[in-house]
Write a protein that binds this ligand. Structure first.
Ligand code: NAD
Length: 290
């Protein structure tokens, strides 16, 4: 068997076309374009690529994009104040803070200062909590991207399927586990302790749906993949100047039924999900203000 590719790039193009026409009708109705403001503290070169991609994507969809910069040495309070100003500015619909942040600011706490209504990365505890109840209006982008990929498989009925997620981060593994549970998928979450105990192969071998978000090239061996499994590789690793995922792609492709390429799988969908959240946030705010 050779797995079919789950190409996020193609799916993202479809989703973005829908967002673009949605933005046009919102502009016609409210006479204003949705606006996203991104805050960067310092000038980490790793963020530059993401910022360029966000700006290009936003502007291509008719969304206004502005980058606000704070000095590298800014204290946590300066960032909180900048966020608060944007929270109060009715012309701003979405706020995001670029990662990584300099060491004096703990990243995990910053999302709670963004108004839940403008939290387009869906990392505010209130938005996270809504996922538990299956009521979330915005979803963490990478977790949502994984769900979009699964939903794009016509023949897949998620009900009762057995999924294994490797990685339990706040941005991917944990929210994804809840999204899968909400669809009645029997979900197991593995993490560093599973790896250290040596039981990772045992769990992976049982997975009908395998989603890996660790950041270690080749962590998941091709021979562990269950015949016919769906494999979503979120990992991004730069090895010898090339981007590769966490799963041994060629060997896994021989056993899986569907697999995401890296790059071109989850990544392009993540930014589409961000823009989708922004449009949702814009609509929620218009309902509140008018
Ligand atoms: P993180 O660094 O916050 O967490 C890593 C997770 O992997 C943790 O749960 C940890 O316990 C687990 N882990 C580490 N070593 C392990 C091992 N040996 N066995 C099993 N589990 C192990 O991760 P993150 O921020 O979710 O990112 C994970 C990867 O996904 C990275 O490569 C990141 O670049 C990539 N990523 C991609 C996108 C995208 O849009 N494609 C978005 C976010 C993250």
């Amino acid at each position: 068997m050779s797995a079919r590719l789950l190409e996020g790039k193609l799916l993202a193009a479809d989703i973005k076309a829908g967002i673009k026409s949605g933005v046009e009708s919102l502009r016609a109705r409210y006479n204003v374009s949705p606006k996203l403001v991104s805050i960067q503290v310092g000038e980490n070169p790793a963020s530059a690529v993401y910022i360029r991609s966000q700006k290009k994507n936003a502007e291509g969809l008719g969304i206004e994009y502005r980058l606000e910069r704070l000095d590298e040495g800014s204290p946590r309070q300066a960032l909180i104040e900048a966020i608060d100003k944007l929270n109060k500015d009715r012309t701003v619909n979405g706020i995001m803070v670029q990662m990584p942040l300099p060491p004096q600011i703990e990243a995990g706490f910053i999302s709670r200062y963004i108004s839940p209504l403008k939290d387009i990365e869906a990392m505010h505890p209130q938005n996270m909590g809504e996922i538990v109840f299956g009521n979330a209006k915005v979803l963490p982008c990478t977790a949502a991207a994984c769900m979009e990929l699964l939903n794009s498989i016509d023949s897949l009925d998620l009900y009762g399927k057995e999924a294994v997620i490797v990685g339990h981060s706040e941005i991917v593994g944990k929210p994804l586990a809840l999204l899968l549970l909400n669809k009645f998928v029997t979900t197991t979450v593995c993490h560093i302790a599973t790896g250290e105990r040596g039981s990772l192969p045992e769990f992976v071998k049982k997975a009908e749906i395998l989603i890996v978000a660790v950041g270690r090239a080749g962590l998941i061996k091709g021979e562990w993949i269950k015949e016919g499994a769906i494999v979503i590789d979120v990992g991004i690793n730069r090895v010898d100047g090339r981007l590769i995922g966490d799963v041994e792609f060629e060997k896994a492709q021989e056993r899986a039924s569907y697999i995401t390429p890296v790059p071109g799988g989850v990544g392009p969908l993540t930014v589409a999900m961000l823009m989708k959240n922004l449009v949702e946030a814009f609509k929620l705010q218009q309902q509140l203000y008018t």
